[in-house]
Design a protein around this ligand. Structure first.
Ligand code: FAD
Length: 387
């Protein structure tokens, strides 16, 4: 049970889910001990082998059907993976983006041939994926993208550039959001997949220096007359990109809420532990009424968030999570993550500012949660549309 004493919902109580949680925890303890994660932070990228190790342990393709090499699980397994990444301090490993963002595009919209071609190799870690939407000139306003995938002979030619792409240095299968018909606005947008191995005209730019998520290889990507076969258009019809993106956004936003509540729980656990040990003025930091009130408030708000996130997971498992509710979860829980981690850090005093204390890193890592996956302002616009 987490520090919050919130009972796990019934749908997370299955024996199989508990066993999976244990095996995921063991995997990270063995394959991502603190020293290895520290090395990833220093090199600003998770070791490539980690993907194969995770694939071998059955942690990739968790909710991908077995017939395509996946584990045949569901969103509960993805939740467990995200929670275990946070609980074990494994920041920067973009497995959830691979599993719970990119693979679902192929599962839901791919042709049979595309599923067979990509999913089994993604499940082993042979293919590491990324999704490239954002460009230097267009983030929130995705209709403003300039990257094109123009029909040429029996394929497409991609031109343009992307930035802030998670797994950008490692990925060898990239889902590129591009305009197949620049005259058509949203209806001219398509998703095309690029297998980067040997792709002429494809270049990786900088592995960007960031204020947090040090082990994550967030990067620039450049496409200069990159040729791909026509079969790499996701699905069979051009111009479906926006529709496909909109269909998957509730899950992507819920992922961020799940990661946020997992980080909050970890922060509270670390802080409660610390204030029980550290002393000042002859007593434990926890014995000051201020500490008790701050942590009582944090625990209360975290409990409200956990109950809401569990509710959203349950609704999503029934296929009924609507975009506005997913946006509420993304914006509210990521805002709360920033607030609670900040208050926790204060209780560590100067040690909270030191890199060697995980709370310091968690504070830096949390900041992006309010920005990516659609900024929290964009979430409020989506919620406001339902008023
Ligand atoms: C670490 C990291 C990882 C990322 N990973 C990926 C990835 O894997 N793939 C990918 O494609 N992208 C990724 N992104 C990009 C991210 O999704 C964008 O940064 C985000 O969508 C915001 O776009 P922008 O940076 O262009 O900001 P802008 O769109 O320029 O927004 C600037 C500000 O204006 C506000 N704003 C914009 N429009 C409105 C409006 N209509 N009303 C009110 N306020 C508004 C925004 O909320 C924001 O505060 C990542 C970014 C980072 C930093």
């Amino acid at each position: 049970m987490s520090v919050l004493n919130v009972e796990r919902p019934d749908f997370m109580q299955d024996e199989e889910i508990r066993m999976f949680e244990d095996s995921a925890a063991k995997f990270f303890q063995q394959h991502a001990p603190a020293e290895r994660v520290e090395k990833w932070r220093k090199q600003k990228c998770v070791d490539r082998e980690m993907w194969n190790e995770a694939g071998e342990a059955g942690l990739l393709g968790l909710s991908t059907p077995e017939e395509y090499g996946g584990m045949g699980g569901d969103y509960r397994h993805e939740v467990v993976l995200m929670e275990q990444l946070a609980a074990n301090g494994v920041d920067g490993f973009g497995a959830s983006l691979h599993n719970a963002i990119v693979m679902p595009y192929i599962i839901h919209y791919g042709t049979e041939e595309q599923k067979k071609r990509w999913l089994p190799r993604m499940a082993t870690g042979e293919l590491v994926s990324a999704i490239a939407m954002t460009e230097p000139g267009a983030g929130s306003d995705l209709q403003g993208i300039k990257t094109t995938a123009k029909r040429a002979g029996n394929g497409y030619v991609i031109n343009g550039s992307k930035t802030f792409i998670t797994n950008g240095q490692t990925a060898n299968l990239i889902c590129v959001v591009a305009k197949t018909d620049p005259t058509q606005g949203a209806k001219g947008v398509s998703l095309v997949f690029l297998e980067t191995d040997g792709a002429e005209g494809f270049e990786r730019g900088r592995n960007l220096k960031k204020m947090g998520q040090d082990a994550q290889d967030t990067s620039e990507l450049f496409f200069n007359d990159v040729k791909i076969p026509a079969e790499n258009l996701l699905g069979t019809e051009e111009g479906k990109g926006f529709y496909q993106l909109m269909g998957q956004l509730p899950q992507e936003r819920l992922n961020i809420a799940v990661q946020a509540i997992a980080a909050i729980e970890k922060a509270l656990e670390l802080t409660i532990d610390y204030v029980k040990q550290r002393q000042a003025f002859g007593k434990k930091i926890l014995d000051f009424q201020n500490t008790q009130f701050v942590l009582a408030e944090c625990k209360t708000e975290a409990t409200v968030a956990r109950v809401f996130v569990n509710h959203c997971i349950g609704v999503h498992l029934q296929g009924k999570l609507d975009p506005a509710t997913a946006s509420m979860a993304k914006y509210w829980v990521s805002d709360l993550e920033g607030k609670i981690i900040d208050r926790c850090l204060q209780l560590f005093g100067g040690y909270g500012f030191m890199d060697e204390y995980p709370i310091s890193r968690m504070y830096r890592d949390a900041r992006i949660q309010r920005i990516y996956g659609g900024t929290n302002e964009i979430m409020k616009l989506l919620i406001a549309r339902t008023l």
